[in-house]
Design a protein around this ligand. Structure first.
Ligand code: PLP
Length: 791
């Protein structure tokens, strides 16, 4: 499949050309770049061929502000089926492939679940030979690098491109211009190959970098106006500098809007150029050849922008343009949190994008007419308007301007249809559908858990489950086979030892691989309720202190989470957990029964170490708040039962693997809806044994927040209502007791090793539904109407 000798020579050539070094003195990052390039030259022909084949038929374009890709090298080698060959070739050259893999920076140009969904969707589209291209922004910096100082989160720039990016190719011939009211910039595409598993097809991720039209103003410089001479460059650079720049001021907000418009405008120009090249200029045919998916509302400006291009530049009348638009676009909703539903100030929008704004006004008028003709009353019309009270409602614009809106898990879609977007569902019931999220099995088991993957392949006598995950169901017949279960437990132990070593290196903390690894890794948010976990840990600690003979299996609580830099309460929770960790980990009197580790800089690559090593998966969001979750699926696939609420995809996980193999607890969404007006958190605070003791540590001096007042603010958020928020908005105190009881059940269940292993095993066997191969196929069949193309 690959000429190993030629490959070795190529690596050495690239080392010489790029760095003027020989192998013996090359640095690891240099080797990484040379090896990656030696892979790249081997795929270019297939890549070009795939693009050509796709161009002739209907294609889908996936617009997303985030792509949380993680590392490329290992995944690409595996998907190409050359991992073992290359590993051996590198061995011959005295290069340890693990070192090279570890030196690669994560492409962390995403926040969390939404960005990772985009990445998994890309992997699955390529694997399934589906013509899907990703479009986004090539941010110079990823989210941020997180470290802890005295338990506080500290952010620093994530300069992921510092050694270059061997996986992307700059395409100067496809540069387009993007105009704002005040200036214009160039959008420069960088293309990254998305290598499918076991196919020659190679898809594309096209990310735009903003550059100035004129690099440098010679005359200004000559007149010694140095700052001014590079002003245009700085303005352009800022557009693709960071993901979600701080938007606490108007300047920040304008920058975010620039970013959104920048990449959607550039992507549309790119798509239209290709459409004209391959299919002529009859735009009535546009949606026959193109589908555009809006991953959340960040790219929704694409809808009015597309109509603007069609009407103002292509001379098409508004109604025709409207119909093409609706047939082309579709929209994925990722949240039901009201405050996360994106709105733009009309003034700001109009100032920056006057022409696009006037199109949105036309769309709004069209909507009003439609609602009036359907006999909607004045108030109802206002509540559904796209422009209302000085705001543009991006979600409404997306629903109205597209043919499908999907939620990302059954419960989420049903809440959208029956509550949050009820009026829209009544108007357009056929437009709404559910596509439960999925994850790419290649990265989330084959790459990160080679041991378990090999074992599965051995049992199933075939590796076809890798691209057909429901085949895992055939593992169920081993659920009572002790030999199989013991081998599973051995693999789990190996992964736990590996994680322990990794944590020792990266956090300098020793953990016991024979303890239960209890893992909560996800963005830090109040609704995800890391605080509930923290309270239960602290309560357990106090109970151990009271009763040293308490019968528990030693447990290591592992957290991983970044908090948004401006989210004070989230950062307070990090500090609080780190304080708890300090207290517990330094108390030798509890004999190492429990330990708490908050790992730093959680991201895709850290996740690849954490998930295979987990014994129990924490998915404890307030019911109704987590749209789907995908971390829950990664953990299930790697054989850990979920302790979780009836929320997001947890519901479907429990359906697939059985309630009895997971630990579902807490208030249901319907109950919370019913009680939320009368809910009194103090009632729980005062009556649930032990609860007051842990909550009070926020204010009684047990822990030190460095006089910042952040702990007291947390305390108040749980017990005092304000004008805008009710006390304990996320029902931490309400669910505490049930959570604690459920953790006791986990402790008990874990002791019976065989019955525990059986639970893990049944989870694996029933995780087939949660492959992104399934979800991408649903998008392809039900929304985009595209077909696989192989050559
Ligand atoms: C999967 C993943 C997420 C999403 O996790 P949830 O538990 O679904 O919120 C976030 N960040 C990273 C790095 C991931 O890999």
């Amino acid at each position: 499949m690959i000429d190993v000798n030629e490959f070795k020579q190529d690596v050495q050539r690239f080392l010489k050309i790029d760095y003027a070094v020989n192998l013996d003195i090359a640095k690891t990052y240099q080797k990484y770049n040379a090896i990656s390039k030696a892979v790249m030259i081997r795929i270019i022909d297939n890549w070009n061929k795939t693009c050509e084949v796709y161009s002739k038929n209907k294609q889908s374009h996936y617009f997303s502000a985030e792509f949380l890709m993680g590392r490329a090298l290992g995944n690409n080698l595996m998907n190409l089926g050359i991992y073992e060959d290359i590993k051996k070739a590198l061995d011959d050259m005295n290069i340890d492939i693990n070192d090279v893999e570890e030196i690669e920076e994560d492409a962390g140009i995403g926040n969390g679940g939404l960005g990772r969904l985009a990445a998994c969707s890309m992997d699955s589209a390529a694997t399934k030979n589906l013509p899907v291209t990703g479009y986004g922004i090539r941010y110079s910096y990823g989210l941020f690098k997180q470290s802890f100082k005295d338990g506080f989160q500290v952010e620093s720039a994530d300069n992921w491109l510092k050694y270059g990016d061997p996986w992307s190719i700059r395409c100067d011939e496809d540069i387009v211009t993007v105009d704002f009211s005040d200036y214009s910039v160039k959008a420069v595409p960088y293309d990254t190959p998305i290598i499918g598993y076991g196919t020659k097809n190679i898809n594309k991720l096209r990310l735009f970098k903003a550059e100035p039209i004129n690099e440098f103003d010679f005359n200004a410089f000559n007149n010694q106006k140095y700052k001014k001479s590079v002003e245009e460059k700085n303005n352009a650079d800022n557009i693709s500098r960071v993901l979600y720049p701080n938007d606490s001021t108007d300047t920040g907000k304008i920058l975010r809007l620039r970013q959104q418009y920048f990449f959607t405008c550039a992507a549309l120009k790119d798509i239209i150029k290709k459409f004209k090249k391959y299919h002529g200029s009859d735009f009535k045919l546009f949606s026959k050849y193109n589908a555009i998916q809006l991953n959340d509302t960040h790219p929704v400006s694409a809808i009015p922008e597309f109509i603007r291009i069609l009407t103002n530049e292509e001379g098409i009348d508004f109604e025709d343009a409207w119909n093409v638009t609706v047939n082309t676009f579709s929209y994925t909703n990722h949240t039901i949190m009201r405050e996360a539903l994106e709105e733009w100030d009309t003034k700001l929008y109009k100032n920056l994008l006057p022409e696009v704004y006037s199109i949105i006004k036309k769309i709004d008028s069209r909507l009003i007419k439609k609602l009036q003709s359907a006999q909607y009353g004045y108030d109802k019309i206002n509540s559904m308007r796209i422009i209302y009270n000085g705001k543009i409602k991006m979600a409404y614009l997306a629903i109205y301007g597209s043919h499908n809106t999907n939620g990302v898990a059954e419960i989420h879609t049903s809440i959208l249809k029956n509550r949050e977007l009820k009026d829209w569902n009544e108007l357009y019931s056929k437009r709404f559908l559910n596509i439960t999220n999925g994850i790419a099995p290649r990265r989330w088991i084959v790459l990160c858990n080679r041991e378990l993957s090999s074992f599965i392949t051995e049992l199933l006598k075939s590796d076809s489950w890798i691209t057909n995950l429901p085949l895992l169901k055939n593992l169920e017949k081993y659920a009572d086979d002790e030999q199989v279960l013991n081998r599973f437990l051995n693999i789990k132990r190996i992964k736990k030892v590996q994680l322990s070593q990794y944590i020792k290196i990266h956090e300098n903390i020793d953990i016991n691989p024979d303890s239960i690894f209890d893992i909560q890794a996800k963005r830090l948010h109040e609704y995800k309720r890391q605080l509930l976990n923290a309270f239960a840990i602290l309560d357990l600690y106090y109970r151990i202190k009271e009763n040293p003979e308490i019968n528990i299996v030693p447990r290591t609580f592992i957290f991983g989470a970044k908090a948004a830099p401006g989210y004070v309460r989230a950062k307070a929770i990090i500090k609080y957990i780190n304080e708890i960790a300090k207290l517990i980990n330094n108390d030798s009197s509890i004999n190492g029964k429990i330990k708490v580790v908050f790992i730093q800089n959680y991201g895709v690559s850290y996740g690849e170490k954490l998930f295979p090593a987990a014994d129990i998966s924490e998915q404890i969001s307030t019911a109704g708040k987590e749209a789907s979750g995908t971390g829950n699926m990664k953990l299930m696939l790697n054989g850990s039962p979920t302790i979780g609420t009836y929320d997001g995809a947890n519901v479907e996980i429990a359906q697939e693997a059985g309630m009895e193999n997971n630990f579902i607890f807490g208030a249901r969404f319907e109950e919370l809806e019913k009680i939320k007006k009368s809910y009194d958190s103090k009632e729980y605070y005062n009556t649930v044994p032990g609860l007051k003791r842990v909550v009070n540590t926020l204010i009684d001096g047990t822990f030190d927040d460095d006089d910042t007042g952040i702990f007291e603010d947390l305390y108040n958020s749980l017990l005092e209502s304000t004008k805008t928020d009710k006390a304990d908005n996320y029902f931490v105190l309400k669910d505490f007791e049930d959570y604690r009881n459920t953790q006791c059940r986990v402790n008990k269940a874990y002791k019976d090793r065989m019955s525990w292993a059986r639970k893990c095993w049944i989870n694996i066997a029933n995780s087939g539904k949660f492959s992104s191969d399934r979800s991408i196929k649903e998008y392809a069949d039900e929304i985009w109407h595209i077909h696989p193309h192989k050559w």
